[in-house]
Design a protein around this ligand. Structure first.
Ligand code: SAM
Length: 275
């Protein structure tokens, strides 16, 4: 298909911007972990990245929502399917993620994600115990948020969540010209190597409160959850300045504060049960 036809074919509602630049396709493959675990690809589209993944010796399980593309992918990769190296699941990946894990074996997630649900998918993968690493093309701002370090202005709840289970890196940027049709924003490839998985939804809620007003003082934001006097004692105990802003606190310190808030809420529950 020539590029102008491909632009017409692309369905905006599924976030279809096809990566059509060999240089960046190869760069993604070079950034992959060097082992033979299966790869999960979300949104294989026309199969350009899928083809490279299959050449790199890993089996691929692909999830594609667009029925037109499912047909095309089934034809293109029928030989790999017969060899048991390619499996296609046609439908919304989020429906498959209703269960705890996308697959019943360990996998690496590699994908050029549909931007409208990219953050949601990354958070799902951080929770999925079978997912060992994440290598995804996303909007640059999203990659910056997940890979930011404490004291950088982009450090947010997403950075804390990623660094609490592994290490996140913004590998390289990708210009709009690498895609058909070109998106309006610059993209980036984000890599997260996991050493554990998120398993406590309350930690996410805690961080939501902590970063509710990112430029305000952290203690003020946390007063949504806990009395000010109690918070002041905790901040002193952990050597935290009372004026500190949410982005200036390390992941380790967030985990420490969260654990004590959890204990206090738990004790309160116990007390109210007794009375
Ligand atoms: N991987 C291809 C590439 O690099 O050219 C296509 C990437 S395109 C940015 C996103 C792909 O995700 C599209 O093929 C789109 O149809 C698919 N997609 C969008 N929402 C999806 C969902 N909820 N579940 C599965 N696939 C989805």
């Amino acid at each position: 298909m020539i590029n102008s036809d491909l632009s017409k074919f692309a369905d905006k509602k599924f976030g279809q911007n096809f990566l059509k630049d060999d240089f960046y396709l190869k760069q993604i493959i070079q950034s992959m972990p060097n082992d033979e675990l299966k790869v999960v690809e979300i949104g294989p589209g026309l199969g350009d990245l899928t083809k490279e993944l299959l050449h790199s010796n890993n089996g691929v399980i692909a999830f594609e929502i667009d029925k037109r593309l499912c047909k095309h992918l089934s034809n293109t990769f029928k030989d790999y399917k017969n060899e048991g190296r390619f499996e296609l699941k046609c439908g919304d990946v989020l429906d498959d993620w209703e269960k705890e894990s996308l697959t019943d074996e360990p996998y690496h997630l590699v994908a050029n994600l549909p931007y409208y649900i990219a953050t949601h998918i990354i958070l799902k993968a951080l929770k999925d115990k079978m997912c060992r690493s994440i290598l995804v093309m996303v909007q640059k701002e999203v990659a910056d948020k997940f890979s930011a370090k404490p004291k950088q202005k982009e450090f947010s709840a997403l950075g804390v969540l990623a660094s609490s289970v592994g290490e996140a890196t913004n590998c390289f940027n990708v210009p709009p010209s690498a895609f058909v049709p070109p998106p309006k924003v610059t993209s980036a490839v984000l890599k997260i190597t996991k050493n554990s998985s998120l398993d406590d939804d309350n930690f996410e809620l805690f961080l939501k409160a902590a970063f509710s007003q990112p430029r305000k003082k952290l203690i003020k934001n946390l007063s949504l959850l806990e009395e000010m006097e109690t918070l002041k004692n905790k901040f002193e105990k952990f050597g935290l300045d009372l004026n500190i802003r949410p982005h200036e606190v390390s992941t380790k310190q967030y985990i420490q504060i969260y654990k004590t808030i959890k204990e206090i809420n738990y004790e309160r529950k116990q007390r109210s049960k007794r009375t």
